[in-house]
Design a protein around this ligand. Sequence first.
Ligand SMILES: NC(=O)C1=CN([C@@H]2O[C@H](COP(=O)(O)OP(=O)(O)OC[C@H]3O[C@@H](n4cnc5c(N)ncnc54)[C@H](OP(=O)(O)O)[C@@H]3O)[C@@H](O)[C@H]2O)C=CC1
Ligand SMILES: CC(C)(CO)C(=O)C(=O)O
Length: 298
Amino acid sequence: MRILVVGAGATGGAFGTLLQEAGRNVTYLVRDRKAEALRRDGLRFVSPDADRTHPVQVLTTADTAPAFDLVLIAVKATAISSAMTDVHPFVDANTRILPVLNGMAHIDQFQAAYPGQVLGGLARIVATLDGYVVHQRTPMNSLMVGSLTDAPVPNDIRDALDVPGIDFSITDDVVGALWDKWAFIAAASVVNCLFHAPIGRILDAGGEGAIRAAIEELEAVATQSGHPVSDPAHRQALALLIDPGSSFTTSLYRDLAAGLPSEVDHILGDYALRAMALQQPTPLLDLALIAIRANLSD
Ligand SMILES: NC(=O)C1=CN([C@@H]2O[C@H](COP(=O)(O)OP(=O)(O)OC[C@H]3O[C@@H](n4cnc5c(N)ncnc54)[C@H](OP(=O)(O)O)[C@@H]3O)[C@@H](O)[C@H]2O)C=CC1
Ligand SMILES: CC(C)(CO)C(=O)C(=O)O
């Protein structure tokens, strides 16, 4: 199976390396400057148990190649449109597209472009891109995949993605799982962004009530949308966000804090719009969006 990873960033570099180490045929679609560096230096991936640099196969939009069997989309939401355009020459009717972005709107966008070819994907990993180096910051690294049609996830895709280092699973309700994660990441981002702090410091400052209120507020929107957060996901949200001493922050908050392009509109803005359409009040989310947008316009 030939796998194209679009974006050699935090998630793409981490999953791509582990797939390559398991013998999968992995190629990265990257932009020109990164292509040069990757071709020259290889891709360095530092995980809690290893620091390695592998030579990698790289394509840019200037190259041609036969269509791939699986395309893993690992770009930020701000790059969805460019990724959709850039990937087009490397996709045919048999290619499966697997986005691992947080949020939900990208699923509709890819499905509109490639009807019947898109799988739902969820990445659970804390990874960063530092220069060209990919760091996996904690041992957690899981990939959950599910079908968005009546057909099951093809066996060759399961086999290709089930490799050491990735806790791989298939779900029967990937849309529900995406909502579970979206509600969690939105609640965590709301409190990180409102209080400019990781979870432990918010709790130390007496913020447990506010964290619980954010979880309740965002889970209510999921319920109204027809995708109530599952009990295990709710318990996990509480365990992660009511955890004294925790240094947890979301990638959205870390990007904002670092002045990088962020997924505010995709993860929080879209959530607020859906809540508004359902007439479901989201006072904390609204405040967080004002705080973020006021600071972004500095
Ligand atoms: N990081 C994390 O811990 C987690 C992230 N996620 C989600 O995964 C998604 C990806 O995030 P993440 O991996 O952190 O993002 P990164 O910014 O680390 O990586 C994205 C990469 O995509 C590249 N890129 C952008 N546009 C294109 C394009 N048109 N063609 C090829 N490459 C392109 C960027 O390249 P360049 O370097 O040239 O700008 C960058 O290297 C997000 O939705 C995020 O929310 C989910 C779970 C955890
Ligand atoms: C919450 C987390 C760490 C889970 O993978 C994530 O998706 C993110 O911060 O973007």
